[in-house]
Design a binder for this molecule. Sequence first.
Ligand code: G4P
Length: 532
Amino acid sequence: MGPIEEIAKRRTFAIISHPDAGKTTLTEKFLLYGGAIQTAGAVKSNKIRKGATSDFMEIERQRGISVSTSVMTFDYAGTLMNLLDTPGHRDFAEDTYRTLTAVDSVVLVIDSTKGVEAQTERLMEVCRMRNTPVIVFINKLDLEGRDPFDLLDELEEKLSIKVRPLSWPIGVGATFKGVYDLYDGDLRLFEAIKTKREAEAVQVSDLNDPQVDKILGAEAAATLRQDVDLVNGVYDPLDVAAYRAGQLAPVFFGSAFNNFGVREVLDTFVRIAPPPGPRETDQGTVRPEDPAFTGFVFKIHANLDPNHRDRVAFLRVCSGSFKRNTFYHHVRSGKKLRFANPTAFMAAQKTLVEESWPGDVIGLFDTGNFKIGDTLTSGANLNFRGIPSFSPELFRELVNKDPMRSKQLEKGIRQLTEEGVAQLFTQQPGNKKIVGCVGELQFDVIRYRLEHEYGADCAFQSIQAYKACWLTSNDPAALQEFIRVKSMQVVQDKDENPVFMAPSAYMLDLERRNNPAIEFHFTNEFKTLQHA
Ligand code: G4P
């Protein structure tokens, strides 16, 4: 098979959701259909169990699972699916945001009893930054959920995306009878699946056929006819180009737990989801069919075995092909690196990879060369865009409790932030270290890992900070003056970019108004955003 066929048959995607909406359950059903697992319950939840925030064994368990399920590869209807896992806990959301930089599309799971939740909105904001195509699965139709029209309105309003239902529920909760496939015109009946692996489809050529009344009962049949008329009146037919441009989300209804409505999502997914596409770099666009190899690192797992300082860097192949035992150019350091054991992961199994194609994700064993966002190429000096650091939401000063071990602390915090566990900002003079995280739990993880992996003892002290804003200006003198005047609130990120630690929303607003020559950015990827 040549490169063009290899690229065309791949779909690289993630399933995302607010915790508990059903991401793990849907993942499992996808893997069952793909033949990658044989029994339900084989996919371990990577969720940190409720109430386990102080249980560090739980965090280690979660890290162990997430390395083995980082990429789940399976075959469905002749399509090679690379399903990228995302953490199940909102405190690790930044890890999810970065994983989204490595996919070509996503499936978003919504709990029909809850609608659009906080984490759903954030995840969609990240998808919109690069116009990632989204298919929505509204789950848990077997429970008393919300009205489907209300749910669709809420999706459009809160996620700022147009929607197009492709299936329609017949009743909800106790009265849930099945779904009507708006694309094929099939009725799929819920009762059937209690004994079988999936619903039985009844083909109906015309919804007005009296057979529909017999199957559903007169009342449900009348409601369905009304609903379908309304759907077809309100929503335009599915525009695949608008979906691929990230402007329109097809919506399905079902119940992942009961394996109901899952096959419809998969079948539509393989039909419309985009294959690996072009990506932007600082040297222009890289196309998957370009012959020269390029790829970038979006995730690093370190020190899984405390006895060995081993790290696994996860690399997404963007163009050309990656081959085992071949020297590649590490753009940031200029080093030539070669990998004897590039790995693909599937559940608990690892397999050695001889050659990988665009869209594939491989694990590279690393002795400390990689940082998140690094580019690897067959020789070109280019850097991929779109692997931003986001402004963290919580900030603490890192305080060393054991001066004899300050070297270990320095090394540990540097490595952990390279791994993407948190962001590190430094204030000069004084070398004060400020750690920024998305969730409270991450501070516990850092303290625990610094102690167990580096033998360092630290504490975190509260500081007054509301947001980290990366600063740029077309007027270097104005920027220098701002940094001088605000020296107590300006820190540097890992690449020595100036960052303003806004103490409050009010102060941020005030500084923005008082300093029109300066731009305040909420991710470190200001260049891309400026041009977006
Ligand atoms: P997550 O990965 O998005 O966090 O969600 P997960 O799949 O773990 O699902 C969260 C809970 O919702 C699980 O129950 C799961 O069984 C349930 N669930 C998933 N899909 C459906 C559905 O279609 N209908 C109903 N009624 N429930 C569903 P749990 O009690 O937290 O876990 P478990 O003991 O079942 O594993």
